[in-house]
Design a protein around this ligand. Sequence first.
Ligand code: SF4
Ligand code: SF4
Length: 282
Amino acid sequence: MKQIVVISGKGGTGKTVLTASFAALAKNKVMADCDVDAADLHLLLHPAVRERHEFKSGKTAKLDKKICNRCGKCVVACRFGAISDDMAIDPVSCEGCGLCSLICPVSAITMKENIAGEWFISDTRYGPFVHAKLGIAEENSGKLVAKVRDVAKEIAEKENLEHVIIDGPPGIGCPVIASLSGVDCALIVTEPTLSGLHDAKRVIEVAEHFKVPVKLVVNKYDLNNEMTRDIENFCKNKGIVVAGKIGFDKAIVGSMVAGKTIVEHSGGRLKEEIVKIWEGLK
Ligand code: SF4
Ligand code: SF4
């Protein structure tokens, strides 16, 4: 079983569009959407939810006013200003450090686990799909990403599937690290702009740090051939394989509006390029 993650240095490079096409092209696989902050692979895969689970992460202080003697120690101690003078705890300001519950002389404050989101196992026309939804204003520490990956891997092992195909988050933070570590290949999608190259360099550094083999795709390469050449030269100097170049095509917008993957929606050059990238990855 091989794990492939599709990532990008920033959002909006076409990462999910490409991942959804791999879902259509790969034979025995499980799909995982690890972009839990802005999950959108479901818009193209149209999952039917089979299992729904709460995701618990972090804690929030709860104060029992019936026990509290109003000494005010917790109000002074909370450096996040989460406890008001009338002993009400603001759950958004509470960072869950637990100090108030430690110092309360009458044990009026307890720490309760937060429900930070949900994760799902779904069926799609392309096979099983693991995805998640982070709760509103919840911090993405990477734990939910790790959960999605673990479940997808378990399914692949149980059903003897060949691939786990992961739609990774953008950027270089904790969620990216959680989706990168231990995979067999990271496919980085970038655009032919200076910032695209800069962002790709940053995420390549992260992947190299975790010793993950990297390949790169230039999306909309023909919008700036000079910059595409710079990216190719950079890859050549670093020994990074350019897995493919995808030309700008309005059919991509059409496929998204139709809620289909590009390989289902469009034939011709675009489909050929994506099939070639997938065959190279395999
Ligand atoms: S420290 Fe405990 S007893 Fe004192 S105000 Fe806070 S909750 Fe009430
Ligand atoms: S747990 Fe920490 S942040 Fe939350 S109310 Fe208590 S002292 Fe403040």
